[in-house]
Design a protein around this ligand. Structure first.
Ligand code: G1P
Length: 290
């Protein structure tokens, strides 16, 4: 079976849910504790064995490319000042030369269109797709967990989590069939259904392993919900042609595209840090008293 080597990160979105913070700064560069959101997602991909990081960007996103570059002067200064711990941390996050590619989604035509823009860079092999709005907290990364299923089932795998039944209109929702190799068969998939039309409360939490045949389907895809080219619509067709499994992720997902999810993520990741935990607990308690 072909090894999963490439990951696509669609980072062209305008971040309107997060204005005014995102007026001049891409939403992917907002920090959770002291790392930009996009760094969490790239680290998750690297942990899962990804060797090539493909970013589908848009206007005003150049700072993402800068973030993944070596800042020679900064590194020299840190070295002169003996800031070895922070230098080591920066080096650990640094993609190696040639491991990143950037392409642009020139018009905001939806997630499906953004993924299609990566077709030449992905080529004819399976790839991971990670939506940077979502970051996860778990001892083993979400994509690593999915790869364990993918190695047994091949085909396509999407990760899911449970949402409040009233929240199905925010996500792609799948119906859960029989258990298979640590995952399950998907028997329905609907983009942003009303609670009464949802096949379950299992929502796609922004992590996918897809076969390259999705690109041909996306090329022919009509505009769907919200007038956009929806990835979910092409995945529905792909489901009829190839193995397609769900994986119920073990861990917590934070939707960092919304203020609630972003604040929750900051709290959760700060509490995980031994140097911050006590301070944050005291601060939350004091704020709760006011
Ligand atoms: C997209 C997908 C949806 C998925 C969600 C996860 O929606 O279309 O299926 O559940 O990401 O964040 P968006 O958030 O771009 O509206």
């Amino acid at each position: 079976m072909t090894k999963l080597r490439k990951a696509v990160f669609p980072v062209a979105g305008l971040g309107t849910r997060f204005l005014p913070a995102t007026k001049a700064i891409p939403k992917e560069m907002l920090t959770v504790v002291d790392k930009p959101v996009i760094q969490y997602v790239v680290d998750e991909a690297r942990e899962a064995g990804i060797e090539h990081f493909i970013f589908v960007t848009g206007r005003n996103k150049a700072v993402i490319e800068d973030h993944f570059d070596i800042q020679v002067e900064l590194y020299d200064t840190l070295e002169r000042r003996g800031k070895n711990a922070v230098l080591e941390r920066l080096h650990g996050m640094q993609p190696q030369p040639g491991q990143t590619s950037f392409t642009r989604q020139q018009e905001p035509l939806g997630l499906g269109h953004a993924v299609w823009c990566a077709r030449e860079l992905v080529g004819n092999e399976p790839f991971a797709l990670l939506l940077p709005d979502m970051i996860m907290q778990s001892p083993k990364g979400c994509l690593s967990q999915m790869v364990e299923v993918f190695d047994k089932t091949g085909g396509n795998v999407v990760s899911v989590e449970e949402c409040e039944p009233s929240q199905t209109h925010k996500y792609g929702i799948v119906g859960r069939g029989a258990d298979v190799a640590g995952g399950f068969e998907i028997n329905a998939m609907v983009e942003k259904p009303k609670p009464e039309d949802a096949p379950s409360n299992f929502y796609i939490n922004g992590r996918y392993i897809l076969q390259p045949s999705i690109f041909d389907l996306l090329a022919q895809q009509e505009r769907g919900a919200g007038g956009e080219i929806q990835l979910t619509d092409s995945m529905l067709t792909l489901m009829e042609q190839q193995p397609f499994h769900g994986y119920h992720f073990t861990g917590r997902t934070f939707d960092c595209g919304s203020p609630e999810g972003f604040v929750e993520a900051n709290l959760a990741f700060a509490l995980e840090r031994p140097d911050l935990r006590e301070h944050v607990l005291r601060a939350v308690e004091a704020s709760g008293r006011n």
